[in-house]
Design a protein around this ligand. Structure first.
Ligand code: IPM
Ligand code: MG
Length: 353
């Protein structure tokens, strides 16, 4: 098949990890006879330096015209003052909003070869396969904001329609997996959570009676995902709870650097990015873990291009690379020699062939 994939490397380690994911996509294309066009554009601080804007119109246009977007990371210490008017983060938030990407899929799967990298005991890690479905274009992130010298506010608002569409997607995913859905909220305190809970019950009873549903408060959820992670299948939650919970859950596979994500909207176009940030402290040294971005590229093949076999092959190649001990420092065995970003990318490509 022919596909156009917009590549937005961004800042910090973004370009390094994206380079390896692009190499993997090119290897998939040549192995399976596809033609991928991979035009690049600046985003984040890199775009601010060139144009003054974190999300230039040309970058947004490229993303709109593509079948899928592969995104690296954004953020730069030069623009880290949270009170700046123009900030790199506005680029990813703008892309999510402008492309209508309301659903963020963040899987966390453990690999026995890197159990040692997780702060959790190995016996808790066996069989962990969690998929967090985070609402991505509503809630406190996008509600009305006010700020004066002496007060500030961020409105958290949800409509039933916004909740319905994310719950429906989570229900469909749970039905195709182990049939369990955990909805995370704070219904003992928040009105948005009370609405959330009602909509979850309504949609799930009407459309997915075969899926078992449980509700959990966010504070309890942060504890249970560490105490008994293997019990969870699909977790659905609102924007900010999902932001926090997915960073926590990324510690189960052993490193933020292993975790991919997909951001989806109504059609098949999606944006795919590792869940880690730009990591300026290690940028430019060739030591960043490219696996999260490569696994994001696998999600791109599956969700936007419908290439299930290719996605599974790329995921299997990453798993074999880890099993063979070709690992960057964040997940390397104590005392073992760490591989570089490019060596890990090359090892994945070799295992794909
Ligand atoms: C994420 C990030 C973003 C978010 C930031 C960079 C705006 O933390 O993708 O999880 O909060 O959504
Ligand atoms: Mg986050």
């Amino acid at each position: 098949m022919k596909a156009r994939i917009a590549v937005l490397p961004g800042d910090g380690i973004g370009p390094e990890v994206v380079t390896e994911a692009v190499r993997c996509l090119e290897a998939v294309a040549s192995k399976y006879g596809h033609g991928f066009e991979l035009p690049q554009a600046p985003v984040g601080a890199a775009a601010m330096d060139l144009t003054g804007e974190p999300l230039p119109a040309a970058t947004l246009e490229l993303a709109r015209s593509a079948d899928a977007v592969l995104f690296g990371a954004i953020g730069d210490p030069r623009y880290s003052d949270p009170s700046l008017k123009v900030r790199p983060e506005q680029s990813i938030l703008g892309l999510r909003r402008e492309l209508g990407l309301y659903a963020n899929l963040r899987p966390a799967v453990t690999h026995p070869a890197v159990y040692h990298a997780s702060p959790l005991k190995p016996e808790l890690l066996a069989g962990v396969d969690i998929l967090v479905v985070r609402e991505l274009t509503g809630g406190i992130y996008f509600g009305e904001k006010t700020r004066s010298e002496e007060s500030a506010s961020d409105l958290c608002a949800y409509t039933a329609a916004e909740i319905e569409r994310i719950v429906r997607l989570a229900g469909r995913l749970a039905a195709s997996r182990r049939g369990r859905l955990t909805s995370v909220d704070k219904a003992n305190v928040l009105e948005t959570s009370r609405l959330w809970r009602r909509v979850v019950d309504r949609v799930m009873a009407a459309e997915f009676p075969q899926v078992s549903v449980e509700h959990m408060f966010i504070d309890a959820a942060t504890m249970h995902v560490l105490r008994r992670p293997a019990d969870f299948d699909v977790i659905v939650t609102e924007n900010m709870f999902g932001d926090i919970l997915t960073d926590e859950i990324s510690m189960l596979p052993g490193s933020l650097g292993l975790c991919p994500s997909a951001s989806l909207g109504e059609g098949t176009r999606g944006l795919y990015e590792p869940i880690h940030g730009s990591a300026p402290d290690i940028a430019g040294r060739g030591i960043a873990n490219p696996c999260g971005t490569i696994l994001s590229a696998a999600m791109l093949l599956r969700h936007s291009l419908g290439l299930k076999r290719e996605a599974a092959a790329l995921e299997a190649a990453v798993a074999r690379t880890l099993a063979d001990g070709v690992c960057t420092g964040d997940v390397a065995k104590p005392g073992a020699k760490a591989a570089t970003t490019a060596e890990v990318g090359a090892a994945v490509v070799a295992r794909l062939a």
